[in-house]
Write a protein that binds this ligand. Structure first.
Ligand SMILES: [Zn+2]
Length: 243
């Protein structure tokens, strides 16, 4: 439910987990120290990542117990999961098509966008829903639900919903305000009330809608699926201004 991409010496990373892929208990090769996620070879940290999501999250509330690690190129993808959570990081990284259900949760409801990526890319669905389970309709392919849920009492129901879906499907949690990143150039956008605007690309759209695009970008980048990042940008251009 929390996926990170750590820059690593691949040889050392393979040695640490005993191959390309492993599921390990937290406290072994993968350790959380405050809000830093680290991969260890014996007692030596070989790569680490400072997580803002962990900084703003009560770990006990999430019940994280294990990590999936997949070494690919010069990176280790580390996915922190619960005991009852669906496993399959290799499938998430290499499976096709990848269906990304991106949801921004706030007091206005759940703004969602569903993307199909991998060879043939399109925006499958969009809208606003009152619950995560209402918005999440799995499609043919590898489905991953990525939701930005504020860690506040009034959103507990949504978090529960996400955790329940995570038993059968891949889920990813974001817990922090997403910076307003332009879906085209990756630059910082300017806030104008409920809208954001990119001075370079002249792209303007609703903040919640932009957050959904940013969530999709984040998970695709963390999974190391770089060719699909370019595809996502093209889909944005095709569907803009109808976003
Ligand atoms: Zn831009």
């Amino acid at each position: 439910m929390l996926t990170y991409s750590l820059k690593c010496d691949a040889e050392k990373a393979r040695e640490a987990i005993g191959g390309d892929y492993a599921v390990v208990e937290l406290g072994g090769p993968v350790r959380l120290v405050e809000s830093v996620v680290s991969l260890y070879l014996d007692d030596m940290p070989i790569c680490m990542y400072k997580s803002w999501r962990l900084t703003y999250t009560d770990l006990a509330q999430l019940g994280l117990s294990k990590a999936e690690v997949y070494v690919k190129g010069g990176r280790s993808v580390v996915r922190l999961v619960r005991d009852d959570e669906r496993l399959g990081l290799r499938e998430l990284i290499e499976g096709s098509p990848l269906i990304v259900h991106a949801m921004d949760v706030n007091e206005a409801g759940i703004a969602y966008r569903v993307f199909r990526l991998g060879g043939y890319t399109e925006l499958l669905a969009k809208g606003v829903a009152s619950s995560i389970s209402e918005a999440f309709v799995p499609k043919k392919g590898v489905n991953v639900l990525v939701a930005d849920i504020p860690m506040m009492p009034q959103y507990e129901k949504h978090l529960k919903d996400l955790l329940a879906i995570g038993r059968e499907h891949f889920v990813e949690l974001h817990t922090t305000m997403l910076s307003d990143v332009c879906p085209v150039c990756g630059g910082r956008m300017v806030k104008k009330g409920r809208l954001v605007y990119c001075p370079r690309c002249k792209v303007q759209l609703n903040r919640d809608v932009n957050a959904a695009w940013t969530l999709a970008r984040n998970i695709i980048r963390r999974l190391g699926r770089m060719e699909q990042l370019a595809e996502l940008r093209e889909v944005f251009m095709l569907s803009y201004p109808d976003v």
